[in-house]
Design a protein around this ligand. Structure first.
Ligand code: OAD
Length: 247
């Protein structure tokens, strides 16, 4: 029989270093859609139009309309029990790092502190030509303010397909994955690289557990698969660890 929830609790109890990689599935129970599953954003939207530098160059208004809507949805959403459990786990582990592919800021809003946003966050816009940056509010960036004035345009400060990850966040995440005793992979299909590599490529020693209601690209390569949702399973894991520590 494969490893189960109790084995993950035992591994966490013995761990001094834990690395967590999350994807859009952790925010599903906050009401935000994932990308590839049923109802996923990439089922009804064209990724190359909305999440690539070429798509932005072709139609900046379309891209901003979409990200403004997503930012408003993020603002309406609340962190769920999965986000909250990870924030609580951080308090129980000496060396804890959470890397997320999400741009919704729900981990920070749940109270997580050591968060690496591998694909950026929807807080700032940056110019396509110069180093200029500007914040934008939960109402989004007005269409009249897309042009920077230098010939460049403001774009969301997030990572699109074909673009490198922010260097500091990536190296910190890779180092944290490499030194971890336990790696939890939550709510990601693990198909988008390089983020997906953090789950299994940099550490052959760690106990890796996947938390996901569906099979993914890494399900066959990890020590433990917990089939269920983040908001259901993460509180049980953290509650189990707290109970084990109290004994
Ligand atoms: P995907 O849509 O590829 O995968 C979401 C995963 O979440 C799937 O494996 C689902 O089974 C799982 N899931 C759904 N509901 C869940 C729940 N309640 N609890 C736990 N898991 C659940 O999304 P990501 O892996 O995040 O990048 O996608 C990675 C990147 O691809 C995104 O950051 C984005 C996207 O294109 C860019 O836009 C650059």
């Amino acid at each position: 029989m494969g490893a189960g929830l109790d084995d993950v609790v035992a591994a966490l109890r013995a761990a001094s270093s834990v690395f967590v990689l999350t994807g859009s599935g952790i925010s599903a129970e906050s009401g935000l859609p994932t990308f590839r599953g049923v109802g996923g954003l990439w089922r009804t939207h064209r990724v190359e139009e909305l999440a690539s530098p070429e798509g932005f160059a072709r139609d900046p208004s379309l891209v901003w309309t979409w990200y403004n809507e997503r930012k408003a949805a993020h603002h309406r959403a609340k962190p769920n029990a999965g986000h909250t459990a990870l924030a609580a786990l951080e308090d129980l582990i000496v060396d804890f790092t959470l890397a997320t592919q999400n741009v919704d800021s729900l981990h920070r809003r749940a109270g997580s502190r050591n968060v690496l946003e591998l694909h950026g966050s929807l807080h700032e816009a940056r110019c396509t030509q110069r180093a200029a940056r500007r914040p934008f509010s939960d109402d989004g960036l007005p269409m009249s303010e897309i042009e920077h004035g230098c010939g460049g345009r403001f774009r969301p400060d997030i990572v699109w397909f074909g673009e490198p990850l922010p260097h500091a966040a990536w190296t910190a995440a890779r180092d944290a994955a490499a030194r971890a005793d336990v790696i939890l992979v939550v709510g990601t299909s693990a198909v988008v690289y390089p983020a997906a590599a953090l789950a299994t490529h940099y550490n052959r020693r760690a106990f890796v557990a996947e938390i996901n209601p569906e099979a993914t690209a890494i399900s066959d390569s990890v020590a433990c698969v917990l089939r269920g949702t983040a908001a259901e399973l993460l509180p049980r894991l953290v509650g189990g660890l707290q109970a084990a520590r109290a004994r």
